[in-house]
Design a binder for this molecule. Structure first.
Ligand code: NAD
Ligand code: DAU
Length: 332
């Protein structure tokens, strides 16, 4: 049994990972989370306090981080500013948390000889054409588009440098778009589901032709656990589930599943610099780590996600109005 320090464990993927880790292993978990607008204490409700504790704090706080890292066996680093649209409004929190925060954690694991897993995104590779079946691989050159993806790319490179220059024991993973329970309502799928539940028309950016490679968050969590078990230090793992869908198709699927007219949505101004397509070649996870996704039916995963948001209004309702107000202000 080991002690995991999970940064960002009160956010979407972090809390799902904590839940999976507690049920699938004997590990104890310390969550370090700043509790930004993106976090929700309710996402960790009901977990065994003997195995999971929440420390509210900032990953850029070197003194706090060093104390926690010294007590950990493995650091699993999810904490980040994660939303592209926000990074276009104000890049500074992205530079601060994603770069300085990762640097702070790396210095602490270097000092204490603690293993590190860095959770990153396929967006570091930039985007792919719509009319070509090519996919991202572990050797695709970095070419990020937004302030968010540029800071994630920078944080990945810091991890690689700390492995090479200082012998830090670290693995990296770059995953595609996650969906599932506990995702903030600023993101595409929960935004549209909760709009429909509120009687508001869903919002599609531009023509809706952009493609995302959807993976259920529980599959991502299992993949990270597998890397902790069997990943090779210094190596990068791409995590995906062959879930490519264009945004228009996803939105129409949501509308139909919720009993609405599939054309009942609004097309709004497109995102600046909007990446066209992401797609993961996940062969390394399958061939080297024997990991395959379990949620292979996207429509069924979406249906389950709609049910979760329908049954958990208390979880998302308190932040819905402020999220939509932020979008309305950005559109002015
Ligand atoms: P999220 O925005 O839902 O959660 C981020 C969490 O980090 C929040 O709980 C927040 O409070 C915390 N945090 C932010 N700044 C912090 C700081 N300075 N100190 C401590 N905690 C801080 O994000 P998410 O969607 O769960 O993404 C988690 C990680 O996975 C990120 O690193 C993201 O880049 C990566 N990722 C996300 C996706 C996706 O589809 N959402 C896909 C691939 C990779
Ligand atoms: O690929 C992994 C990335 O996926 C992660 O690194 C990011 O943290 C995560 O936020 C996500 O980034 P995207 O920008 O792809 O996700 P988002 O949910 O913001 O948007 C998904 C697609 O839907 C994108 O093409 C933009 C579009 N969109 C989004 C919103 C919020 C809309 O059409 N309407 C919307 O209201």
């Amino acid at each position: 049994m080991g002690r995991l320090l999970v940064t960002g464990g009160a956010g979407f993927i972090g809390c799902n990972f904590v839940r999976t880790a507690l049920s699938a292993t004997d590990h104890r978990v310390t969550v370090l989370d700043k509790m930004t607008y993106a976090a929700n204490a309710a996402s960790l409700a009901g977990l065994d306090p003997r195995r999971c504790e929440l420390v509210v704090g900032d990953i850029t706080d070197a003194v706090l981080v060093e104390g926690l890292v010294a007590e950990a066996d493995i650091v699993v680093h999810f904490a980040a500013e994660s939303h592209n649209d926000n990074s276009l409004e104000d890049p500074w929190p992205f530079v601060h948390t994603n770069l300085i925060g990762t640097y702070t954690l790396l210095e602490a694991v270097r000092k204490h000889g603690v293993r590190f897993h860095h959770v990153s995104t396929d967006e570091v590779f930039g985007d792919l054409p719509l009319d070509d079946a090519v996919k991202f691989t572990e050797t695709t050159p970095y070419n990020p588009s937004s302030p968010y993806s540029a800071t994630k790319a920078g944080s990945d490179l810091l991890v690689r440098a700390w492995v090479r220059s200082f012998g830090v024991e670290a693995t990296l993973s770059n995953c595609s778009n996650n969906y599932g329970p506990y995702q903030h309502v600023e993101k595409f799928i929960p935004r549209q589901i909760t709009n429909i539940l509120d009687g508001v028309r869903p919002k599609l950016y531009g023509e809706g032709a952009n493609v995302r490679d959807w993976i259920h968050v529980q599959d991502h969590s299992r993949a990270v656990l597998r890397i902790l078990e069997a990943g090779v230090s210094g190596r990068t793992y791409l995590i995906g589930a062959n879930g490519e869908q264009d945004n228009m198709t996803v939105l129409r699927m949501i509308l139909r599943l919720m009993g609405q007219d599939e054309d009942d949505f609004e097309q709004v101004r497109d995102r600046a610099g909007h990446d066209l397509r992401y797609a993961i070649d996940g062969r390394r996870m399958r061939d080297e780590l024997d990991w395959v996704p379990r949620f292979t039916d996207f429509r069924a995963g979406l249906k389950q996600t709609i049910t979760w948001y329908t049954e958990n209004r208390d979880w998302w309702e308190p932040v819905k109005a402020s999220t939509e107000a932020k979008y309305a202000k950005a559109e002015q």
